[in-house]
Design a protein around this ligand. Structure first.
Ligand SMILES: [Zn+2]
Length: 238
């Protein structure tokens, strides 16, 4: 029967945790970069959409203003003709025409006013979107700078820890190495667990009296629930 050293398993577990921590720090940079780049893209699209809307709204407002001007000119013409009218019918006809155009212009003026208000709102939205986009860009640049600064160090630390781990794994007794490797490759840092009272420190499954005695006798014990190789924490009496 294989003999294990709890001290060895403790160190092994510490290295597993370090490796997992380094891996998650290595992975988090690019993940954050993808997310922050997506925010920049969304911000750019929003800004472009608003600028497009502004242009269209301005064109519409200009058209309406031109139309208003044309109708006002027309009213002036009719006014002159009205003054020079030769008959009552003619006078009345021009008067009606002027009244109709004035009413139409009133509606048009309201519409122009609405368009101008809309332009103000869109301008405000563009200003907000520009500010958000700037923040998103700054954030992305910060993340990129952090990755540039830390990636190499993290990678070399990961390589060092992994090499140390591989070296220590060679000390695992041959007859349990396959069981260990199987759980290590699928569960990483959870392939080992300290005993926590009477429980697996990983999944809190209770260990048996027999497993307890085995641990005390430095015999390998795998958790029956999660498969972790269990060890005694430092200064534990069994
Ligand atoms: Zn367990």
């Amino acid at each position: 029967m294989a003999v294990i050293e709890h001290d060895h398993l403790r160190t092994l577990h510490r290295l597993h945790r370090q490796k997992a921590d380094l891996q998650s720090r290595i992975d988090s940079g690019p993940r954050q970069l993808v997310a922050s780049t997506a925010r920049v893209t969304t911000g750019e699209e929003k800004q472009a959409g608003l600028k497009d809307l502004l242009k269209k709204t301005q064109v519409l407002a200009n058209e309406k203003q031109l139309l208003l001007k044309q109708r006002e000119d027309k009213i002036h013409d009719f006014q002159a003709k009205l003054n020079a009218a030769k008959s009552n019918e003619e006078f009345q006809a021009f008067k009606n025409q002027i009244a109709a155009d004035e009413q139409a212009n009133e509606v048009l003026s309201d519409e122009i006013f609405e368009q101008l208000e809309k332009i103000d709102d869109i301008n405000q939205e563009i200003s907000d979107a520009t500010e958000s986009l700037k923040l998103a860009n700054d954030l992305r640049n910060n993340i990129q700078a952090k990755i540039d600064k830390e990636a190499e160090g993290l990678k070399s630390e990961w390589t060092r820890v992994t090499a140390e781990l591989t070296e220590l794994e060679k000390k695992i007794p041959a007859d349990i190495r396959m069981d260990y490797q199987r759980v290590a490759s699928s569960r990483g840092e959870e392939s080992l667990a300290p005993l926590d009272g009477d429980f697996c420190g990983n999944c809190f499954h209770k260990i048996t009296t027999m497993q307890h005695s085995n641990l005390a006798a430095n015999k390998p014990v795998f958790c029956k629930a999660c498969g972790a190789l269990i060890y005694l924490p430092e200064n534990t009496r069994v």
